[in-house]
Design a binder for this molecule. Structure first.
Ligand SMILES: *Cc1c(COP(=O)(O)O)cnc(C)c1O
Length: 454
């Protein structure tokens, strides 16, 4: 078969105008090629590997190239990958090799970032619940810390009285500009739990004084939200943060705030294979809302997660049985809430595309699409990946692929019914069309679920 290749990473292949990972119409052929190979090599097997996730490592490299290409070459930018989007150590390690830093939000994620070889100076710690011990460790390592609250600021004061740190320290502000289409993903609402609310009575003034009293405080962090936040909302939030940095520097009469961490949050198009919006679109909006960001005054950190990985991954599972109930065709597959928790519990917010394949991995093209429920293996009625979805008629032994699951799927396993974590395989496709797999996570053995206590 002909070789579907993603755009090679590099300035001409994925420049600012092109956007990330222009996989386009070849994406379906590329997935099919990988599925066929996975079946042939028994990475998918109707008894031994009922489901597995796949990450396109060529695509990840192209996405990183697009992100880097979208920012002006002369800007001092550290692109830190948001580990929670997909925290597998070999994948983090690959992202490090591609020049990324890493954003972490828990001791577990910090351990994973360090295991992946990130230089602590290229790690950013964001969490609203950092313990004293967690802060001590970050300050000792020189990991950058974004302080989330007045109380955390007091705690850091205490710790810095005991010794100095190489960490660059910032404050997360909440610009309180409102939310996007998914409430749970919106962090800049007036009552959000994140950051210091900038518009609350007296806070901006108090924060200026906090900077005045702490010459070591030199960054402003803002993360407006994730999926469902429009570009202008994200960019306006960054604009408010930059305006506040300018105010601090003006009132202090010195350029104390030297960096802006603008968070992540670029939405992903789950409807088809097009990447939209692109990083270049976002940088265009940033130039409009926060022009000072790129004129050399500030160092910049970004923290993208979903937009780097979502479209570079898919999950495949076997259909075990089919049935008809009340006139509705239902396919019972091995992928359900355990691997697609958000999709199952919030189907309107997180719909996924699903493709139908023969047991060989070949796309099912014959047969009029019929509305079918694509169900998972979990023992509750709502365990549905899709309701009445028109698909070629599914049969036992077929495969279904859930698309765009490269971010927030492998990292959000839900251990309902003691269903184990499936394997995650990275893959590349070489110029001759040969698929190379490499393990990113092994399938969790059932023995691990019966580990004795103590
Ligand atoms: C989750 C999160 C991100 C990443 O968000 P994406 O939508 O995956 O890009 C970045 N920064 C912070 C502080 C976050 O909580």
């Amino acid at each position: 078969m002909t070789l579907p290749q993603p755009a090679a990473p590099g300035p001409d292949a994925a420049g600012p105008a092109a956007g990330p990972a222009e996989v386009g119409p070849d994406a379906a052929a590329r997935r099919e090629l990988v599925l066929r190979e996975a079946v042939r090599r028994r990475l998918l097997d109707p008894e031994d590997a009922l489901l597995a996730a796949f990450v396109d490592l060529d695509g990840v490299a192209a996405s990183v190239a697009a992100l880097r290409g979208a920012f002006p070459a002369e800007a001092d930018v550290l692109h830190a990958f948001a580990a929670k989007a997909n925290c597998l150590v070999p994948l983090l390690s690959r992202l490090r090799e591609l020049g990324m830093g890493c954003e972490v939000a828990s001791p577990g994620e910090l351990a994973q970032a360090l295991a992946a070889g990130f230089d602590p100076a290229r790690i950013v710690l964001d969490s609203p619940a950092k313990t004293r011990r967690e802060l001590v460790r970050a300050l000792e390592l020189g990991v950058a810390v974004n302080i989330d609250s007045w109380q955390e600021l007091d705690r850091v004061d205490d710790l810095l009285r005991a010794g100095t740190s190489a960490s660059r320290l910032g404050v997360r502000v909440n610009p309180q500009i409102g939310g996007g289409t998914i409430g749970a993903m919106s962090t800049a609402t007036p009552t959000s739990k994140f950051g210091i609310p900038l518009a609350d009575e007296g806070n901006a003034k108090r924060l200026v004084e906090a900077f005045r009293a702490r010459p070591w405080l030199s960054w402003i962090h803002v993360h407006v939200g994730s999926q469902g936040c429009p570009l202008d909302l994200l960019a306006e939030g960054v604009g408010r943060a930059v305006a506040f940095a300018e105010r601090v520097n003006a009132e202090l009469g010195r350029r104390q705030v030297t960096g802006i961490d603008l968070g992540g949050g670029l939405s992903v198009n789950f409807a088809d294979d097009t990447t939209a919006p692109t990083y270049a679109d976002y940088v265009g909006r940033l130039r409009a809302h926060a022009p000072e960001l790129f004129d050399g005054r500030y160092r910049v950190v970004t923290e993208f997660g979903r937009s780097l990985l979502a479209k570079n991954g898919f999950t495949a599972a076997y259909v075990e049985y089919t049935k008809v109930a009340g006139g509705r065709s239902i396919a019972i597959t091995h992928a359900g809430a355990q691997v697609a928790t958000r999709t199952v519990f919030m189907p309107d917010a997180w719909p996924l595309r699903i493709t139908a394949h023969h047991s060989s991995g070949a796309a099912k093209e014959s047969g009029e699409p019929v509305p079918q429920d694509v169900a998972g293996p979990c023992c509750f009625a709502g365990d549905l990946l899709a309701r009445a979805r028109p698909l070629p008629p599914l049969e036992p032994g077929d495969l279904v692929a859930l698309l765009d699951t490269g971010a927030y799927y492998a990292s959000t396993h839900f251990q309902y019914n003691s269903l184990p974590e499936p394997a995650v395989h990275g893959f590349t496709v070489d110029a001759g069309g040969a698929v190379h797999f490499e393990p990113l996570r092994r399938a969790q053995p059932v023995e691990e679920l019966i580990r004795p206590v103590g």
